[in-house]
Design a protein around this ligand. Structure first.
Ligand code: NAD
Length: 345
């Protein structure tokens, strides 16, 4: 079952969809920020939620942990949730990923709906059924596949998101452009800040992901195209989480994509022009984002992508709109590319 999508203006249909399921109880899951910023708006938009109980979890990636999931399970028990209860995740990718994980495991699975409130969650994290949490310091290392019953998309929530958090979402939109088509890549290079948060642009980006996911829900083949930039991006993000200045998911993915474009150039003969265009876009949208992670910093976090003794498996670009999955990349190439970006030398 794939998630049903509802957009701004479809509130009546969305409420009808929920009511028709005859849930015995609806519970909202929010983090500290979405509780303050988004819940009041949501309760005005959707009267169905006006008297709904909320579970509030602490915000931020550092709380995407098993003990916080336990807290959600505890509260579900206290609220006497059963298999006929609906959990509605109102938040960014962290709330959606962890909420859906809690829902997928509570009494062997209860229904879940996502109301994404960050750009990143709208164009990416809300769709596709990957749930999870960070464990042993490794991003998303525990998780399940569990599709949300529905997703309600309303960019009104983006009004309270700060610029850095908003820009983090640009990264996945840029990735979707790179793996989908030259036309979209050319278009996105011209985007201003406000173009990115336009509902049409959000829909285009989400639909690129949807098309790929729907063709390979279990992530055994083409869905891995969505991992472009993520092998090194996730390793960099994990390494940064242990510092006093952690990167946001999208920021780490921008760095990962830049490195993986350089690797694509070496292994798949991707045109150098793409790296140049990417560097220009990164400078425009993320002027302060710099590479500062060495092989030593990230190697421990790359285990997940390890193919054998000294090679790793990545999704790389052959050309714009053509992403090859499962490409073998030697440790030597990764080290060389990282060293070429190491400004600390
Ligand atoms: N499941 C997937 O397919 C998938 C895909 C991409 C990313 N992810 C995951 O998503 C997470 C990153 O998502 P994110 O960037 O949304 O992070 P996030 O959920 O941590 O949100 C970022 C910050 O914004 C705050 N926030 C959320 N909505 C707000 C609003 N409307 N106004 C003000 N503040 C608000 C949050 O409280 C948090 O502090 C990562 O854990 C990543 O692994 C999952």
């Amino acid at each position: 079952m794939m998630s049903k999508l509802f957009f701004t203006g479809n509130e009546t249909e969305f409420e009808y969809f929920i009511s028709s399921k005859n849930y015995n109880k609806i519970i909202l899951l929010v983090d500290a920020n979405t509780n303050g910023f988004c819940l009041p708006i949501l309760k005005k938009l959707l009267h169905l939620f006006s008297n709904t109980h909320s579970i509030i979890i602490p915000q931020g990636e550092s709380n995407k942990r098993l003990d916080v999931v336990e807290m959600i399970w505890q509260q579900l028990f206290q609220l006497i949730a059963n298999r006929n209860t609906l959990l509605v995740c109102v938040g960014g990718g962290m709330v959606c990923d962890m909420g859906a994980f809690a829902a997928s495991t509570f009494k062997r699975g209860i229904d879940v709906i996502h109301i994404p409130t960050t750009l990143l969650a709208m164009v990416d994290a809300c769709y596709g059924g990957k749930t999870g949490l960070d464990f042993n310091g490794i991003k998303n290392s525990i998780g399940t596949f569990y599709q949300a019953n529905a997703i309600y998309m309303n960019p009104i929530f983006l009004n309270t998101l700060n610029e850095r958090m908003t820009a983090s979402g640009f990264a996945e939109m840029i990735k979707h452009a790179l793996i989908s088509s030259v036309t979209h890549w050319e278009e996105i290079q011209q985007f201003t800040y406000t173009d990115f948060i336009n509902i049409d642009a959000i829909c285009v980006s989400l639909l690129i992901k949807k098309k790929i996911v729907d063709a390979d829900v279990n992530d055994t083949s083409i869905r891995q195209q969505l991992n472009f930039g993520h092998s090194l991006g996730h390793a960099i993000e994990s390494a940064s989480l242990n510092t006093s200045n952690p990167l946001l998911h999208g920021e780490a993915i921008m760095l990962g994509m830049e490195l993986e474009l350089a690797i694509s150039q070496q292994i798949l003969q991707l045109s150098k022009n793409t790296s140049i265009e990417f560097a220009f876009l990164k400078q425009k949208l993320f002027p302060h984002l710099k590479h500062s992670y060495t092989w030593h910093d990230i190697k421990g976090y790359l285990q997940h992508d390890k193919k054998n003794q000294d090679s790793y498996q990545m999704s790389l670009l052959q050309e714009i709109g053509k992403c090859e999955v499962g490409v073998s990349v030697s440790e030597a190439i990764i080290k060389a590319v990282l060293a070429s970006y190491d400004y600390s030398i």
